[in-house]
Design a protein around this ligand. Structure first.
Ligand code: GLN
Length: 474
């Protein structure tokens, strides 16, 4: 496994001429090749990476300051539009797609000297929890090749866990950054909805989609977030960032009120996971935090709400893939109608089709009130319960997932079983709150993640608290 210092240390070494950006890029590209068997990566962006590295090295030779991520290689989930290679979203529908512009998040990282070296595997269009829904291949968990890395940002998480890059980008619509972070033993951050621009990210469910970093430490995660955060004219849902940096210091936990979400400790939580999370909570307690139980009675409904709202938005967002404007176009069709029909039939995989059908159903007249409207009502209730909990508590904690990484094939035949994987992550997407998964030991040699949820727009303190936990645990 390639070893990396902290992101700031890598950048200073590059800036000080101790190592070149080009050497780091080559190190990553070699590591990706050496770890091919894990199938974390869909495509390499070697050519542009090398030329950007050379440019950076020249600028440094000329005495310029390059940025906080000078020469740091990273991998982006393949649903981020990039100016090089293809952006497939791991779907046959977008297999031939070359993006005409680049995601704001990537532009911001590049402006600080970071270099995208590859595009990571995911569940097609980010629909899933294991990367088994990728139209291309399934990523393997670095801790056990017979197990999934979690999803949908499974390629990004595996890449970080394998050490082929020091950080990666994912997206989290219902848990897709936190879940794979938990399954692979890395840190995964879901920011407050609107803190990071979604411009240039293939849309899944626009009201819950967020861009999130994966890295090996909270410190690195926070630095990447700090660079990406902030208002963007290209995404009207973004808000102004804090003036102070995110996660620069760790928080003094003494006297902080931490609520343990009762509903996350019920039936279905595996014993090994429970043990690790309880041990983590004990650590918070001994650091002086005031830990007590809190109940959010509507949170168990979040999964049902999510699997109505998410497919509704998916059905709308996937309507643009009609074979005419971009992506796959079915060959030899007789007329326009047949072209629409066959392009969608051949281009979309089973899960995308399932979500289009569910979404169209819950939005159709006669069912809209019974499903979609009701789900929106419960969504408001869930938000209110979070708001109320944060009047009393600084942070809420629980497991990220009820189980560690499961075996490839174990859940893929039954969509409901797969959806249940998200039971502890979706609530924060429904409410818009920030949440993080931090490694909290292992159960049978498989990583377990502690989830910490913060108040809306309280990302700075959440990262500082997570940093404090990581220091306690190490
Ligand atoms: N696993 C969830 C789903 O299938 C979440 C996906 C995501 O966050 N992109 O919808």
């Amino acid at each position: 496994m390639a070893d990396w210092p902290t992101l700031s240390d890598i950048a200073s070494q590059v800036q000080d001429g101790k190592v070149t950006a080009r050497e780091l890029v080559e190190k990553s590209l070699v590591a990706i090749e050496e770890n091919k068997e894990f199938d974390a990566v869909i495509s390499m962006t070697s050519e542009r990476a090398r030329s950007r590295a050379d440019e950076i090295d020249v600028r440094i030779k000329n005495g310029e300051q390059v940025g906080r991520l000078a020469g740091v290689p990273f991998i982006a989930k393949d649903n981020f539009l990039t100016l090089t290679g293809k952006t497939t979203a791991a779907s046959n529908m977008l297999k031939p797609f070359e993006a005409p512009y680049q995601a704001t998040a990537i532009n911001k990282l590049e402006a600080e000297g970071a270099i995208c070296v590859a595009k990571a595997n995911l569940d097609a269009f980010a629909h899933g929890s294991s990367t088994e829904n990728s139209d291309f291949f399934t990523t393997k968990n670095p801790h056990d090749k017979e197990r999934v890395p979690g999803g949908s940002s499974g390629g990004s998480a595996a890449a970080v866990a394998l050490g082929v890059v020091p950080f990666a980008l994912g997206t989290d619509t219902g848990g897709s950054v936190r879940l794979p972070a938990s399954f692979t033993g890395v840190v995964g951050y879901k920011p407050s909805y609107g803190l990071v621009s979604r411009s240039g990210v293939v849309a899944m469910a626009s009201s819950t989609d967020v861009v999130g970093p994966l890295a090996r430490s909270v410190e690195d995660t926070a630095l990447v977030l700090d660079i990406m955060a902030g208002r963007d004219d290209l995404d009207s849902t973004t808000f102004e960032r804090d003036k102070e940096p995110y996660g620069k210091d760790s928080l003094d936990l003494s006297g902080k009120k931490i609520g343990v979400i009762r509903e996350y400790f019920g039936e279905g939580l595996e014993a090994g996971v429970r043990q690790n999370i309880e041990a983590a909570i004990d650590m918070l307690n001994s650091a002086g935090a005031q830990v007590s139980e809190v109940s959010l009675p509507s949170v168990p409904l979040a999964l049902a709400v999510y699997y109505i709202i998410c497919p509704a938005e998916v059905s709308s967002n996937l309507a643009r893939y009609d074979g005419q404007r971009f992506g796959y176009n079915a060959p030899d069709t007789k007329n326009l109608d047949e072209s629409y029909e066959l392009s969608r039939e051949q281009g979309f995989g089973a899960e995308a089709k399932r979500r289009i059908m569910m979404g169209t159903y819950v939005l159709s007249s006669g069912y809209y009130d019974a499903y979609y409207k009701k789900a929106q009502t419960v969504r408001t209730k869930i938000r209110q319960e979070f708001d109320k909990a944060f009047e009393e508590f600084d942070f809420l904690v629980g497991p990220t997932a009820p189980m560690p990484a499961f075996k490839i094939g174990e859940r893929s035949k039954d969509p409901l079983q797969m959806y249940l994987t998200d039971i502890m992550t979706v609530a924060a997407n429904i409410s818009g709150n920030p949440a993080i998964s931090v490694p909290a030991g292992t159960s049978d040699n498989l990583p377990v993640g502690l989830q910490i949820i913060g108040n809306y727009k309280d990302d700075r303190r959440l990262l500082a608290a997570a940093r404090a936990y990581q220091e306690l645990a190490s």
